[in-house]
Write a protein that binds this ligand. Structure first.
Ligand code: KG4
Ligand code: ZN
Length: 339
C-alpha cells in the first residue's frame, strides 16, 4: 500500500470517453473526448456510444498518462466508473480497467458515477465537511443527498419521473436546438427576461421532484403560440429560454431551501452537469449569502462528466482500502452507498 497513491481513472458511463491521473490527491491530467456523432441524432445512441468508446479509450488513456508525465508502471491502482449509465459504454471502461490492473498487478477500484459527481468537491479547496447536503442534478439524476461520509450517502428526495437535465434537453429539442440542449438554453437565456412567460411549478410531496408535467405544459405552450404566430420561437427565443430556465431552477430551489431548513445544515453543494447552469449557480451564491450558509459550487469542468471526479473518489477509496474484486461487473442501475 502507498500513502501517496498514483491512480489512473476511466469514465465511460455515457457519451464522453475520459481519463485522469491523480497523485497524492492532486489531479495531474484530466482528458475528455466528447462524441460528436450523437448531435445529428438529437440524443445519445447507446450502440454508437459504446463503439466510440472502444475507438477512443486507448488514445485518451495515453494522453492522460503523457500529460501527467506518469509511466503506467508508476500506477498504484486503476479506477473506473461501474455505473449508473449505459451498459455498453460502461462495459468498455470496466473491461479496459480490469485488463490494465491485471497486467500491472495493481488493485482495481470501482466507482459510482453519481457519488463521484458529489466527491468532485474534494478536488480543490475549500472542501466541504461531513455531513453536507448536495443537490445532484444531471442528465439522469435529480436528488437531494445528505452526504454523511465517503461511504454513507442518504437520498433525502429525488425525481419521480424525468431528471432536470432531461427537462432541459427535451425543452431545447422542442425549440429545435441541438443536443445537449441544457447549455444552449443557458446561453440564449442570458439575453432574455425570465418573467416573460410563466410555467406551472408542480406540487410534489416531501423533497421529491417531478419534471414531466412542465415538459407537457411547455409543448402545449409552444403549440398554441406557434399556431397564432409561426415565427413565435424565432422572435422570442431568449425570453422563452430565460423563462423555462427560471422555472426549472425554481423547482430545484424550493425543495433545496425546504431541505436545508428542515435538516439545519450549514453547508450545501451542487453537483452534476446541470450544476454548470449559470442561473442555478447565481441563485446558490445569493442563497448562501442570504441564509449565511456555506455554498460549494464545482468548477464547470468538474460539473459535466469527467474522469477527475472518478480519480478523486478512487483516491479516498484507496486510502480506505476499498478495492474491487476482478469479478466486478458494470451495473447500469448502481445505487448510492447508504449505511
Ligand atoms: O452530469 P452530466 O454531464 O451527465 C450525466 O451524468 O447525465 O449531465 C448532463 C446534463 C445534460 O442534460 C445537459 O443538458 C446538462 O447536464 N447541462 C446543462 C448545462 N450544462 C450541462 N443544463 C443546463 N445548463 C447548463 N449550462
Ligand atoms: Zn454525470
Amino acid at each position: 500500500m502507498h500513502d501517496y497513491p498514483t491512480i489512473l481513472a476511466i469514465e465511460s458511463s455515457c457519451d464522453d470517453t475520459a481519463a485522469a491521473v491523480i497523485s497524492n490527491g492532486k489531479i495531474l491530467s484530466n482528458i475528455i473526448a466528447s462524441q460528436q456523432i450523437h448531435q445529428i441524432h438529437g440524443g445519445v445512441v447507446p450502440e454508437l456510444a459504446s463503439r466510440a468508446h472502444e475507438k477512443n479509450i486507448i488514445s485518451v488513456v495515453n494522453e492522460a498518462l503523457i500529460k501527467a508525465n506518469i509511466n503506467k508502471n508508476q500506477l498504484n491502482a486503476v479506477a473506473f466508473t461501474q455505473g449508473p449509465g449505459l451498459l455498453g459504454s460502461l462495459l468498455v471502461g470496466c473491461s479496459f480497467a480490469k485488463s490494465l490492473s491485471m497486467a500491472l498487478n495493481v488493485p482495481l477500484i470501482a466507482v459510482n458515477h453519481i457519488e463521484a459527481h458529489i466527491f468532485a468537491h474534494f478536488i480543490d479547496d475549500p472542501k466541504p465537511n461531513f455531513p453536507f447536503l448536495c443537490l445532484t442534478v444531471s442528465g439522469g439524476h435529480t436528488q437531494i443527498v445528505m452526504v454523511h461520509s465517503f461511504d454513507n450517502l442518504e437520498i433525502i428526495g429525488q425525481t419521480l419521473d424525468d431528471a432536470v437535465g432531461e427537462a432541459f434537453d427535451k425543452t431545447a429539442k422542442l425549440l429545435d436546438l441541438s443536443y445537449p440542449g441544457g447549455p444552449l438554453i443557458d446561453k440564449y437565456a442570458q439575453n432574455g427576461n425570465p418573467k416573460s412567460f410563466q410555467f406551472p411549478i408542480p406540487d410534489i410531496a416531501d423533497y421529491n421532484f417531478s419534471f414531466s408535467g412542465i415538459k407537457t405544459a411547455f409543448l402545449y405552450f409552444l403549440r398554441n403560440n406557434c399556431q397564432k404566430n409561426p415565427n413565435f420561437i424565432q422572435h422570442n427565443l431568449a425570453n422563452i429560454c430565460a423563462s423555462i430556465q427560471y422555472t426549472l431552477v425554481e423547482i430545484l430551489f424550493r425543495k433545496m431551501i425546504k431541505a436545508t431548513k428542515h435538516y439545519r445544515v450549514n453547508q450545501v453543494a451542487i453537483a452534476g452537469g446541470v450544476a454548470a447552469n449559470s442561473e442555478l449557480r447565481k441563485r446558490m451564491i445569493a442563497f448562501g449569502i442570504e441564509q449565511n450558509i456555506e455554498i460549494f459550487i464545482p468548477k464547470i469542468e468538474y460539473c459535466t462528466d469527467n474522469a477527475a471526479m472518478i480519480a478523486i473518489t478512487a483516491h479516498y477509496k484507496y486510502l480506505n482500502k476499498v478495492f474491487s474484486d476482478k469479478l466486478v461487473t458494470s451495473d447500469p442501475r448502481l445505487h448510492l452507498n447508504y449505511a
